[in-house]
Ligand binder design. Structure first.
Ligand code: ATP
Ligand code: MG
Length: 423
């Protein structure tokens, strides 16, 4: 029979890998809540229009990467390619600006982009996403980046670089855009077909192109930093000052534009050289006009997203994981013994001891083989003969020593031996 396989670029996370995910999620929640973020969960599916209007019609995400489809009534929907737009939509829809606690949000979950699958790049991937609304103080830009670095440090990931830039604002960016357009016109023959088109519709996007000859064409391109207006300049200088105050290492990268149109002023990425072409572990920036453009109050915003798959690839390069094992295996001999063994297993679990019960009978020898494979510290042998005398046998798997323990004391006995770490 032909098998049905998973969709290309969409991965199962198997039990042997899932602990990495749990570790990353637990650490993320701890850090985020320490900085005052509260979790929000939004649907995986939104109206297509939400992403087209926020991320921008002429971005790669909207033009090429989105899973968009009409539903049965012909309404255009999309699987979310990122989280910011959804969180902003929810904030507006539920009037959350009226709630003084509702300023910092986080969400963790799958995103979808139709890209060419490769290491660190998938069609379903996961992000940890953080957003702050209503604060345009450059201190918040610094705090958001510092939190991101704090999180990476707590995971033990040290050699990740923080790249920072300012994209200016609607006041100063148009001037730069015109300069860049003129520059790109001269470079037109060198550009890839995509960039040759981008230079008309969205020239800043050319900086984001990964094609070598476009990168070369840009070596002496004008720099945004020289075109920032006074207010943007001051804002950016303050951000950098706050970062330096707290001894956070960063590099200003005036070519970094990010792949989404809603960004303005501060943008940043955390970059590694250990993942080949997929070198961005996370990124974000300020998006002060977005909430207003989506029909909400005119509140500034800033946020970032971290790619969990890339993070986990880095963690796996660094350390091996020792899987959790059951502590006790219960071997059973005879039908009557099964009922006692089942009760004992439940009793152990109720007391916090991870117990695995033998199923389906079989000889004691084969049950012991299974216990060996599971790597448990102790096996309890529940046999009818022993039960008749009110005892069970507890076998220590390393020393091979055996004790006869009264049935009613078994839990107590195992709790003592498994906490003294007699592995
Ligand atoms: P890239 O330049 O690698 O395509 P991006 O700029 O499109 O990344 P963002 O939209 O900023 O990425 O998303 C934030 C993070 O989400 C990225 O830094 C990355 O870790 C992760 N990410 C983005 N797209 C994918 C994907 N297709 N597969 C796995 N992770 C992804
Ligand atoms: Mg991308």
């Amino acid at each position: 029979m032909e098998r049905v396989q998973a969709v290309r670029g969409m991965n199962d996370i198997l039990p042997d890998a899932v602990h990495w995910w749990q570790k990353v999620e637990t650490t993320a929640r701890e850090v985020l809540e320490l900085y005052g973020y509260r979790e929000i969960r939004t649907p995986l599916v939104e109206k297509l229009e939400l992403f087209a209007r926020s991320i921008g019609e002429s971005t790669d995400i909207v033009e090429k990467e989105m899973y968009a489809f009409p539903d049965r009534k012909g309404q255009w929907l999309a699987l979310r390619p990122e989280a910011t737009a959804s969180v902003v939509r929810a904030f507006i829809e539920h009037n959350l600006h009226a709630d003084p606690l509702a300023r910092k949000f986080y969400t963790i979950g799958p995103m979808f982009r139709h890209e060419r699958p490769q290491k660190g790049r998938y069609r379903q991937f996961h992000q940890i996403d953080a957003e702050v609304f209503g604060i345009d103080d450059p201190l918040m830009d610094a705090e958001v980046m510092i939190m991101l670095c704090d999180f990476l440090q707590r995971l033990g990931l040290k050699d990740i670089g923080l790249h920072v830039n300012s994209l200016g604002c609607p006041e100063c960016r148009p001037r730069f855009r015109e300069k860049l357009k003129a520059f790109l016109q001269n470079r037109s023959p060198q550009l890839c077909p995509d960039c040759d088109r981008r230079r008309h519709v969205n020239p800043l996007r050319v900086f984001d192109c990964k094609v070598d000859r476009c990168r070369e064409a840009l070596t002496d391109a004008p720099e945004l930093a020289q075109y920032l207006c006074e207010a943007c300049r001051r804002h950016f200088d303050k951000v950098l000052e706050y970062l330096s105050d707290l001894h956070v290492a960063y590099a200003v990268d005036s070519r970094m534009v990010r792949g989404l149109d809603y960004y303005m002023r501060t943008t940043f990425e955390v970059i590694t050289d250990r993942l080949g072409a997929q070198n961005a572990v996370g990124g974000g920036g300020r998006y002060d006009g977005l909430m207003r453009d989506l029909g909400g109050p005119d509140l500034p915003g800033i946020g970032f997203a971290i790619g969990m798959e890339r993070l986990i690839l880095l963690l796996q390069q660094k350390e091996a994981w020792v899987s959790k094992k059951p502590q006790v295996f219960i071997a059973v001999l005879g039908d009557e013994a099964v009922r006692q063994a089942f009760r004992l297993a439940q009793d152990l679990r109720a007391h916090g001891v991870a117990a695995e019960l033998a199923h389906g009978g079989g000889s004691l020898k084969s049950q012991m083989r299974r216990a060996d494979k599971l790597g448990v510290a102790h096996v309890v042998i529940v046999g009818e003969e022993e039960l008749a005398r009110g005892v069970v046998v507890v076998r220590h798997m390393v020393s091979k020593e055996q004790d006869q323990v009264p049935l009613e004391n078994t839990v107590q006995f195992l709790m003592t031996v498994s906490t003294v770490g007699s592995l």
